[in-house]
Design a protein around this ligand. Structure first.
Ligand code: ZN
Length: 103
C-alpha cells in the first residue's frame, strides 16, 4: 500500500532563483544594505534621485544595494567608472538623510 502520495519533484519552486542575478563585485560591497538599514526607508524612497548611467538608463538600486535582482530587470546592472561615482554619491546621500529625523 502506498499511502504517502508521491510528490512531484519541485518543478517551479526554484524558478525564481534561476532568474536572479547577483552583484559579486567587491568594490560594490560598500553600497550593500546593512543589517541596521531598511532598504525601502533608506534608499528606495529616494529612487527619484537615483542617477542614470551615461547611456541614460536608470541604475538598478536593487542590484547594487541589495546585491541581487532579476534577469528580466530593465535597469542597468553595469556601471562605468563615472556611473559608479555618481551612484556612490547617491548612496551616501541616502545614508546621510536616513540619519536625520523625518520632521
Ligand atoms: Zn535590476
Amino acid at each position: 500500500m502506498e499511502k504517502n502520495g508521491k510528490k512531484l519533484p519541485g518543478t517551479h519552486q526554484d524558478q525564481d532563483k534561476q532568474d536572479m542575478v547577483y552583484d559579486n563585485d567587491k568594490s560594490h560591497q560598500k553600497w550593500r544594505v546593512k543589517e541596521n538599514e531598511n532598504f525601502s526607508r533608506t534608499f528606495y524612497r529616494n529612487q527619484k534621485e537615483c542617477p542614470k548611467t551615461e547611456e541614460g538608463k536608470p541604475i538598478c538600486m536593487k542590484f547594487f544595494i541589495r546585491g541581487v535582482c532579476m534577469k528580466s530587470c530593465t535597469r542597468s546592472h553595469s556601471l562605468s567608472a563615472e556611473d559608479a561615482k555618481n551612484f556612490n554619491e547617491f548612496v551616501e546621500g541616502c545614508r546621510q538623510r536616513a540619519l536625520k529625523p523625518d520632521f
